[in-house]
Write a protein that binds this ligand. Structure first.
Ligand code: PRP
Length: 230
């Protein structure tokens, strides 16, 4: 990275953005034009800090922008970091926001999809070698089931995983759960927590090497802000 190149901070769109923005402002960064949510269609913003830009991308893509050096810093959940396992970035700081969990869910036996559990009672992780799971996280899902000696076939979706059981794509899903209301509304129940998720500050390794003072100063700044917010 060249010394005069703007530093790019990648932020996640969606519900996490509302939790991220107070930290960004507390760190002394104000995007121009200002935003607090996704209403503005613009993707790249200057800031009040000379030489610092913000991009706003899908939560799942923040790690990719940072790993490939398109952005130098970012905010990403450890679910995404686990799924991609990029070598080119590191995550020095847990920001203690975006708390949720990555869970395995299946039809609630007491609900209208309960027949799916009893009809296929043999298809349990204890006595089958192969099951199908709808998820945005095929790598984490396969690794989770492999630890139990089961080969998981993943149906890759980008959202609305909770529809998969009712529509016959798969009996199980692996997805993020926060309040649990989306699972409940779709007659599913959480059966295993695969990972507890929070958002981390992530840094491109090459940027940290070539501009250690600038990038390191931002890591320290966010460390102070996160400690103060805790
Ligand atoms: C996430 C996740 C679940 C839902 C869980 O989706 O994929 O669908 O939130 O939250 P809950 O337990 O509080 O109901 P989100 O709404 O962020 O949208 P997405 O499908 O675009 O990821």
């Amino acid at each position: 990275m060249q010394p005069d190149e703007p530093l790019v901070l990648a932020l996640p769109k969606g519900r996490i953005l509302k939790e991220v923005m107070p930290l960004i402002r507390a760190a002394g960064i104000d995007p121009e034009p200002a935003f607090d949510d996704d209403d503005e269609r613009r993707l790249r913003f200057a800031t009040n800090v000379p030489g610092l830009h913000i991009i706003r991308v899908r939560a799942f893509d923040v790690a990719t922008f940072v790993a490939f050096g398109g952005a130098h810093l970012g905010v990403a959940g450890n679910d995404v970091l686990m799924e991609f396992a990029y070598d080119d970035l590191y995550a020095p700081l847990d920001l203690d926001i975006g708390h949720c969990r990555l869970s395995l869910a299946e039809p609630d036996p007491a609900g209208p999809l309960g027949h799916m559990v009893t009809d296929a009672a043999g298809d349990t992780p204890h006595n089958v070698g192969h099951i199908r799971v709808a998820t945005k996280y095929p790598n984490i899902t396969r690794a989770h089931f492999a630890r139990h000696g089961i080969q998981a076939e993943c149906v890759k979706l980008s959202g609305a995983m909770e529809l998969a059981p009712a529509l016959g794509l798969s009996r199980r899903i692996v997805d993020l759960v926060s309040s649990g209301s989306t699972l409940k509304a779709n007659h599913l129940r959480e059966v295993a927590v695969i990972a507890h998720v929070t958002s981390r500050l992530i840094v491109n390794r090459a940027a940290f090497k070539t501009r250690p003072n600038t990038v390191g100063a931002w890591v320290n700044r966010f460390r102070e802000v996160a400690a103060h917010a805790a």
